[in-house]
Design a protein around this ligand. Structure first.
Ligand SMILES: NC(=O)c1ccc[n+]([C@@H]2O[C@H](COP(=O)([O-])OP(=O)(O)OC[C@H]3O[C@@H](n4cnc5c(N)ncnc54)[C@H](OP(=O)(O)O)[C@@H]3O)[C@@H](O)[C@H]2O)c1
Length: 327
């Protein structure tokens, strides 16, 4: 029998349990059956596990949003894929932490031949996130300053590379000297160690008191106030995650009125609403990878049964780049 990881109660990494499961006898008409070889670990998996984000169904639930593998079976109405195809996904329905699963063809992506399954599983969700943040939500431009938090993380290193490919001057925050070096190597123009320096002071120094037109904030609670202080008048605050915890109640008037700021709280799902958007987004990422402007940064590969250890590493701030699980 195949094995997967399940959550039977919400909580810390210890609630992730590795156990056997059975597959449905029949594949649904619009789904394919995938033998997965590589699973992407994302911060959102920790939100599902702990209950910060609601789960789509009652417990027990198999978590995970991203994986790559090979098609081993197809439903009777599947038209775009065949057995043997290498495919990947980075969207709901959740349930990626497993060896074999059925998945709807409309949300599936073909893996280009120049990329391995590990590379795609390590980059697809985080890279598509950078695509919509930098190309569609707010188009970054050559010579513009931007502030991006956790620049040495999974999303952060891809963002550093993407910004460099555009000629945009990314100011990245990091927690250690080693992470600062890594972010610079990957394309950050400036780094701020937010454990030692005051973010807004450094941003104002770098931008000659202008502030930045946009802040991409995936850290949340610990950085929100400094992000607001770092923005220029009519700047855009993009809250796209909360690795340090949820932002607590804010006073809308006091926060946004003095500088006439804009605010948005986007999600990848909101920017891959249909197949056309999903293919546009993934193709743009693959194009960047083909041009060597963006590459996969695998920090560590864990066995699927070690999902608990992988979550501990991600939440301890020890990791940089992406983490993958191997079924
Ligand atoms: N909205 C969307 O569409 C979308 C899509 C993908 C990801 N995201 C978000 O993007 C963010 C980054 O995701 P990721 O998967 O690439 O994770 P990640 O950046 O690899 O890991 C999180 C990083 O956050 C930083 N951090 C700061 N304070 C922290 C704290 N108290 N606890 C833990 N980490 C802390 C750490 O970097 P330092 O050590 O340098 O501080 C840590 O490495 C997450 O918030 C995630 O939810 C959003």
């Amino acid at each position: 029998m195949p094995k997967h990881v399940v959550i039977s109660k919400l909580g810390g990494p210890e609630v992730l349990k590795y156990q056997e499961y059975s597959l449905p006898d029949e594949i649904k008409v619009n789904e394919v059956r995938i033998k997965q070889s590589s699973i992407g670990l994302n911060y959102i998996d920790t939100y599902h596990r702990s209950g910060i984000y609601p789960l789509p169904s009652d417990l027990p639930v198999c978590p995970g949003m991203e994986a790559a593998g090979e098609i081993i079976g197809i439903g009777s109405e599947v038209v775009n894929f065949k057995i043997g195809d290498r495919v990947a996904y980075a969207t709901p329905p959740i349930g990626a932490y497993c060896e074999i699963r059925d998945f709807p063809e409309e949300k599936l992506i073909s893996i280009p031949e120049f990329l391995t399954n590990d590379e795609v599983a390590s980059v697809l969700l985080q890279g598509m996130t950078v695509e919509y943040l930098f190309e569609r939500l707010h188009k970054i431009k050559k010579d513009d300053f931007i502030l991006f938090h956790a620049a040495a993380g999974g999303v952060g290193l891809i963002a550093s590379q993407w910004a460099r490919s555009v000629g945009c001057k990314m100011i990245g925050t990091v927690s250690t000297k080693e992470k600062a070096e890594l972010a610079m190597e990957n394309g950050c123009e400036f780094t701020i160690n937010y454990k030692e320096e005051i973010i807004s002071e450094k941003v104002l120094e770098i931008t000659k008191n202008k502030g930045v037109p946009v802040v991409y904030d995936g850290v949340g609670k610990d950085t929100f106030d400094e992000s607001i202080k770092s923005l220029s008048t009519r700047g855009l605050m993009v809250s796209f995650g909360q690795s340090s915890g949820m932002v607590e109640k804010i006073d809308m008037h006091k926060t946004f009125n003095p500088k006439s700021l804009f605010y948005t709280r986007p999600s990848l799902m909101g920017y891959t609403l249909n197949r056309e958007e999903l293919i546009h987004c993934s193709n743009k990422l693959f194009e960047k990878m083909k041009n060597n402007e963006v590459r996969s940064n695998i920090y560590k590969k864990f066995k699927l049964e070690e999902a608990k250890e992988a979550h501990i590493i991600l939440q301890s701030r020890e990791s940089s780049g992406s983490i993958i699980l191997e079924p």
